[in-house]
Design a protein around this ligand. Structure first.
Ligand SMILES: [Zn+2]
Length: 166
């Protein structure tokens, strides 16, 4: 199977509305498609769009532009950072960003350490038994939509949260 076809297939979904534009995307032939690790990460990333968008009546160009922007940068930096930065833009676009300093579970104030649930909902690390991240850095990331001030191991935690689903 050709790499381009693999990408098409993964985003086709049940009705294929996402397909035509993504097919043109894959035909641009990004060089990272021959990098096994980057291709696998791309595959994992776009797979999350299918269940998320399959019930949408109309697909806003935002999603295509977001993926095109990600694809253009995919070979330039750690793709996990691109996933996190793309996802935070998606949450913001969909009005699902909770830049709160209160825990989604217990509603108590979050102090120095924060943990993120699915959809990056803030919580106390002990309320969701999840890895602790520095609150200030995470709230800055929510504002700037950039991971530049986050360490790689912090990005790994955010990436794993994104991979739980949009
Ligand atoms: Zn809590």
């Amino acid at each position: 199977m050709q790499l381009g076809n693999l990408i098409d297939f993964e985003v086709e979904g049940e009705d294929g509305r996402f397909l035509p534009r993504l097919r043109s995307l894959s035909h641009l032939g990004f060089e990272w498609m021959y990098d096994r690790n980057r291709l696998m990460l791309w595959h994992n990333f776009i797979q999350k769009f299918e269940p998320h968008l399959k019930d949408a009546d109309e697909l806003d160009p935002f999603y295509f532009d977001l993926l095109l922007d990600a694809a253009k940068r995919w070979h330039l930096q750690n793709p996990k950072r691109i996933v996190c930065e793309s996802y935070i833009r998606l949450l913001d676009f969909e009005g699902r960003l909770y830049p709160e300093e209160h825990c989604y579970i217990c509603e108590g104030r979050i102090e120095e350490e924060i943990a993120l649930m699915q959809a990056f909902k803030p919580a106390h690390p002990y309320c969701i038994y999840a890895a602790a991240l520095p609150t200030k850095k995470i709230l800055d990331f929510f504002k700037s939509k950039k991971t530049v001030f986050l360490e790689d191991h912090e990005v790994d935690i955010l990436f794993d949260t994104v991979m739980k689903g949009f």
